[in-house]
Design a binder for this molecule. Structure first.
Ligand SMILES: Cc1cc2nc3c(=O)[nH]c(=O)nc-3n(C[C@H](O)[C@H](O)[C@H](O)COP(=O)(O)OP(=O)(O)OC[C@H]3O[C@@H](n4cnc5c(N)ncnc54)[C@H](O)[C@@H]3O)c2cc1C
Length: 285
């Protein structure tokens, strides 16, 4: 459904669609994200901001997206918040020109470094993993304040980690959210969390700086690693506060922007109960 054009045109323009998406994003404007970040800070929770958008096919749009991230970094710093942003490589032009994309991310990393911030690179579908790893290597050689997301469900990931470890990388480890074929990715919940555990330990043993990005509290307890925990805005908010109150480092990813359709469909797919929530929100009950 994340690629359904008919729905993708209609849902974002409907009041009901917007209302449903609000479960996972405080609003479409950067100001909404900053205000939510300030509320989270009161609970001892840090943030990372992402402007929704992907698969850009026009270089001027990619450039505009990069400039938007500079504004976001400045706004975070001005509000006294950690200047962390997370970008999708295809939002900054990876499908058009990897070299230009690396330059855009380098410029952001420089700006972020001046603000003591970090630029994270999301991981997208499996056909983009090679290009995204190459991109990360290029930018990381010049900028230590760049992090990369890797997906535990991919069968290739332990080998990718071996390739990245010499860079002393900063890694956000997730389970993975795209639908992938069985020969590419583990499918069962059990296999995916076992893979997550194995990769998390491989990263920590290899000296990477690791963010455990998962809302799976049982898995976090099983891992029992002293790493930052990263979760999504609107998911298990009570647990986020509880973990922060226990002294764990917690960072919440806040999304904003009007291009939320494909992203929102992935959130629904992660948990069937969300579909009922969305339908209830759509009819306004
Ligand atoms: C900070 C952050 C960054 C991410 N970046 C990427 C990325 O760059 N690339 C990528 O492929 N994936 C990314 N993801 C998504 C990730 O791959 C998973 O799809 C997502 O986190 C759900 O998996 P889980 O680890 O929370 O475990 P699950 O087993 O899916 O969930 C554990 C529990 O968390 C709750 N939960 C999880 N998801 C939801 C939801 N959508 N709505 C309501 N409750 C939910 C439920 O209670 C569920 O039982 C990111 C996730 C986070 C938290």
């Amino acid at each position: 459904m994340s690629r359904n054009r008919w729905l993708g045109k209609r849902l974002p323009n409907s009041r009901a669609g917007r209302r449903a998406a609000r479960k996972f994003m405080p609003g479409e404007r950067l100001e909404d994200a900053i205000a939510a970040a300030q509320r989270l800070r009161a609970d001892g929770i840090a943030v990372v901001l992402t402007e929704l958008g992907e698969d850009i096919t026009d270089a001027s749009d990619a450039q505009r997206a990069a400039q938007g991230y500079e504004v976001a970094l400045e706004a975070l710093a001005a509000a006294g918040l950690d200047a962390h942003v997370s970008v999708k490589a295809t939002h900054l032009g990876l499908l058009l020109d990897p070299g230009d994309t690396a330059e855009r991310i380098s410029t952001l990393a420089e700006r972020a470094a001046a603000l003591k911030g970090v630029v994270w690179i999301d991981m997208e579908a499996s056909n983009l993993v090679d290009a995204t790893l190459d991109l990360y290597e290029t930018v990381r050689r010049r900028h230590p304040n760049v992090g990369l997301c890797i997906q535990a469900y991919l069968r290739r990931t332990p080998a990718d980690v071996e390739r990245l470890l010499p860079l002393k990388p900063r890694i956000r480890l997730v389970k993975g959210t795209y639908r992938e074929a069985p020969e590419i990715a583990y499918q069962s919940r059990r296999e995916v969390s076992d893979a997550y555990e194995q990769v998390a330990r491989q990263l920590v043993a290899g000296g990477a700086e690791v963010g455990l990005a998962t809302q799976d509290i049982d898995l976090l307890n099983r891992l029992d690693l002293d790493c930052e925990i990263q979760m999504m805005y609107g998911v298990r908010a009570g647990d986020q506060r509880k973990l922060a109150a226990q002294g764990r480092r917690v960072r919440v990813l806040i999304s904003y922007g009007s291009e939320w359709f494909a992203w929102y469909m992935r959130r629904l797919a992660e948990r069937p109960a969300n579909v009922w929530f969305a339908l209830r929100a759509a009819v306004g009950s």
